[in-house]
Design a binder for this molecule. Structure first.
Ligand code: ARG
Length: 463
């Protein structure tokens, strides 16, 4: 059967070069089950509008079921002459039902409103799947945070030791951006749910008294498009999702980069599970963090998919233009990428082992308690500007002698400033890892009680 949907006004068929360029079945075939769902809904509104008799509707639905089974089993496939998945499936229906009945389904719809709707259906399903996979990664981070409550580590800015923090606090700092990505996915879905383009036709709507809202409900949308031109030509739902997927990739890449660093001999913070690391073909000792490196690399690919899409959409006039056929591969690739990456990445995170003794030993080093000294002076009534200078002077003395802050004697402090002696207690009270961490006890701080509270809040957000 000829599957071309537009032969009438042409003297002959398209050139083979055009067919080759035009064809999209190698990437849009994954929309086939969604196209068939759309066809069922469309058959029902044709029936409701009096354009399909009762038995014609039953026969049509049976034909669609049969075609769906053949698509699923692989018995029905795209052929070289099929321009896209929609043409191929119409061919399949005509082959099963004959041209009289099979040829009726196209009334009042166009591939333009069809594809705009099916693409949404497909993306909604997969956005939900990515949501699940991101949730599992957040759960893995939360479990690691729970298993290491109380373990301190060096907190860094500029990659330099800054202030000690709890490992759980740091791990959850990677979880929160992912929680916001989950929210972005939910908000995206809620927006897409309001906008089913089926019934928009090619661009102007249909004269056949079809009910777009009935189709919308049938396909799980809350409403149909308010504007048929917008319905067929808008693709911001694609670029927005591509952005969220890219953001997931970027958030994962920031943790990936730290895992790569932590796994070096110099850091020595973690050991990767054998099942989630790779070896070298030449160096027998190697154990490489390939999952983290692939995550870092794939983040670039996800960003590329987003920018490619935006470039396709820029300055595109209304309504449908064939440029829009370029909208699918990038976001399909982003979905495929995350659906493969996230399970591996989550497995790696869940099985990470931390060298907690080393983390704790390093946590206060590099003068990471200098802020505690300055804040102790502030509590003694010293202006912070001066306190900062005095604590800096302590660091300078230590650096000269190759010692840490807690090695300074009373006489050393006295030589730096009388403020150290004039007060109650001793600055030495705050020169401890535990003291430093437990003092940062405002909401969002790294004190143990706040971190425990935060863990409950994080878990609460996962529902
Ligand atoms: N395959 C096309 C796409 O993905 C839909 C077909 C619309 N073609 C057309 N000539 N109006 O956008």
């Amino acid at each position: 059967t000829e599957s071309r949907l537009w032969g009438g006004r042409f003297a002959g068929g398209p050139s083979p070069e055009l067919e080759e360029l035009s064809r999209s079945t190698h990437f849009d075939w994954r929309l086939a089950p969604y196209d068939l769902r759309g066809s069922r809904a469309h058959a029902r509104v044709l029936h409701a509008a009096g354009l399909l008799e009762d038995d014609a509707l039953s026969a049509m639905l049976e034909g669609i079921d049969a075609l769906e089974a053949d698509v699923a089993s692989g018995a029905f496939r795209a052929e070289p002459g099929d321009e896209d998945v929609h043409s191929a499936l119409e061919r399949g229906l005509v082959e099963r039902l004959g041209p009289e009945l099979g040829g009726r389904l196209r009334a009042g719809r166009s591939r333009n409103d069809q594809v705009a709707t099916l693409f949404r259906l497909y993306l909604r399903d997969h956005a939900r799947q990515v949501h699940q996979l991101v949730t599992e990664l957040v759960q893995a981070l939360a479990s690691q945070a729970e298993d290491h409550l109380g373990v301190a580590m060096p907190g860094r800015t500029h990659l330099q030791h800054a202030q000690p923090v709890l490992l759980s606090h740091h791990l959850m700092a990677h979880a929160w951006p992912l929680v916001r990505d989950l929210e972005r996915l939910e908000e995206w879905d809620a927006r897409v749910a309001k906008d089913s383009p089926y019934g928009s036709g090619a661009l102007a709507g249909s004269s056949l008294k079809l009910d777009p809202q009935a189709v919308a409900r049938d396909l799980g949308f809350e409403d149909s498009s308010a504007n048929s031109i917008d319905g067929t030509s808008a693709r911001d739902f694609v670029s927005e999702l591509a952005f969220v997927l890219a953001q997931v990739g970027i958030d994962v890449s920031r943790l990936a980069e730290e895992i790569i660093l932590w796994n070096t001999k110099e850091f020595g913070f973690i050991t990767l599970h054998d099942a989630y690391s790779t070896g070298s073909s030449i160096m027998p000792q190697k154990k490489n963090p390939d999952i983290a490196e692939l995550a870092r690399g794939k983040a670039g690919r996800l960003v590329g998919n987003l920018t490619g899409l935006l470039a396709t959409l820029k300055a595109l006039p209304l309504a449908y233009n064939r440029d829009l056929q370029e909208d699918k591969e990038p976001v399909f690739d982003s979905i495929d990428t995350l659906e493969v990456l996230l399970p591996a990445f989550t497995g790696m995170v869940a099985t990470l082992r931390f060298d907690t003794a080393r983390l704790q030993e390093l946590a206060p080093q590099g003068f990471a308690l200098a802020t505690d000294v300055a804040e102790w002076l502030v509590r003694q009534g010293v202006p912070f500007r001066e306190a900062h200078e005095l604590s800096g002077a302590c660091v300078r003395v230590c650096e000269e002698r190759g010692i840490e802050l807690w090695d300074l004697e009373d006489a050393d402090f006295d030589a730096i400033s009388p403020h150290f002696a004039a007060a109650d207690g001793s600055v030495r009270d705050v020169l401890s890892l535990r003291g430093s961490i437990s003092s940062r006890d405002g909401r969002g701080g790294t004190a143990q009680n706040r971190v425990t509270e935060q863990l409950a809040e994080l878990r609460g957000r996962l529902g």
